[in-house]
Design a protein around this ligand. Structure first.
Ligand code: SF4
Length: 373
């Protein structure tokens, strides 16, 4: 039997400046440090255990568009050397302030076929509040530039900042549609302790409450549907055929190799993550060792719960037959009690168990019912 292909995630932790709300592993860098990081990344790729086929690849960050064309090409060459590497979908994240035509052409040249752009908002007031380096004009230019090279361009939006109303939400979607964006990720703001925004809120900045954010989210979601973007996951919308295969793989519990600072991976039933400390990352790879900091082998019950949790994020929901084959149990019988308890918000049809539209608002409470004891 041939080994099932895995997905590949590559983390590039560099950003020109830290955004006010950001708690990802990202920080400013120098050209020297960036070059050293690419070398370390190449080493890490050469050391990972898996060397089979890669079905999808996602270079995320941080801001991968800060890599020079040569650095990007070196990372991809390392992948080609190690893996059977001709991914069906190959995404690179980019930010409007640093996107150049040279970068896009270099990306296309090495096989990238999807760009994910951190647009975040078309409100200049909100972009300032977020601490982003671009304004709405730059966001529009960046989308146009990306579309001049790639058909498949996704845009991220963040909801939950003060200067947003329904009218503005609608016009943002209309603008993305006119620009030919094929995919939209609309995330609710997560206020994280330790960020600048957290301090700003402590010092009096008022953010919209959950009900207000839900109203805006409904408006965005309805407008996206109106413009032909169907919702296929809690926060993700796509024109038909442009759903993100890489992320769908995560939600289907596919295995993936994670490389780069703080990257996470999932292989052979084990979830693992790399160090988030750059010095440790360099030192460990300098000793020809992988920079893995932690590993958790999923117990059978954790793996089952995780499969349900991930699948219920998607509008397709959970494939009961596939679940039964994988976990050797009858889904409807085994989960009879939580299914009954949540029936106002869930449905079973066509062999799939999924959340109804109203279920997406209470998904956390629903999942609690399926948690192992
Ligand atoms: S661009 Fe993204 S990763 Fe970089 S600091 Fe801003 S939010 Fe964080």
């Amino acid at each position: 039997m041939t080994e099932k292909a895995k997905q590949l995630y590559i983390h590039v932790p560099f950003c020109k400046r830290k955004c006010n709300y950001c708690d990802f592993c990202s920080f400013p860098t120098s050209n020297e440090q960036k070059a050293a990081y690419v070398k370390a990344l190449e080493k890490e790729i050469s050391l990972v255990g898996y060397d089979g086929r890669i079905s999808t690849c996602f270079i995320g960050g941080g801001t991968p568009s800060l890599l020079s064309p040569k650095e990007l090409s070196d990372v991809v060459s390392a992948c080609r050397k190690k893996f059977d590497f001709s991914p069906e979908e190959f995404t690179v994240e980019a930010n409007p302030e640093s996107l150049t035509k040279d970068f896009l052409l270099a990306a296309k040249d090495v096989g990238v076929n999807r760009i994910s752009l951190g647009v975040q908002s078309f409100s200049d007031d909100n972009l300032k509040l977020m601490g982003r380096l671009h304004d709405s004009g730059q966001a529009i230019s960046a989308v146009k530039l990306a579309k001049s090279v790639f058909e498949n361009v996704s845009a991220d939006l963040i909801l939950g900042f003060p200067n947003t109303d329904e009218k503005q939400a609608e016009s943002s979607v209309k603008r993305l549609s006119e620009l030919g964006v094929t995919h939209v990720s609309a995330y609710g703001l997560q206020l994280e302790e330790g960020t600048k925004l957290f301090e700003m809120v402590k010092n009096g900045l008022v953010l919209p409450d959950d009900d207000r954010i839900s109203d805006i989210y409904d408006c965005i979601s309805d407008t996206l549907e109106k413009f032909g973007y169907h919702r296929y996951e809690i926060s993700n919308f796509a024109k038909s055929g442009f759903e993100c295969k890489h992320n769908l793989g995560y939600w289907q519990q596919n295995e993936y190799v994670g490389v780069g600072l703080s990257a996470h991976g999932f292989e052979d039933g084990v979830r693992y993550f790399n160090t988030s400390d750059l010095k440790t990352y360099f030192r460990t790879l300098g000793e020809n060792k992988l920079p893995t900091e932690g590993k958790t082998a999923l117990s059978p019950s954790d793996a089952e719960f995780e499969a349900i949790m991930l699948a219920l994020r998607t509008t397709d929901g959970l494939d009961a037959r596939a679940f039964e084959d994988k976990y050797n149990c009858n889904f409807l019988e085994k989960y009879n009690i939580p299914i009954k308890k949540t029936e106002a918000f869930t449905e079973f049809s066509g062999g799939r168990f999924r959340l109804k539209k109203e279920g997406f608002y209470v998904s956390n409470q629903i999942l609690l019912e399926f948690m192992p004891d």
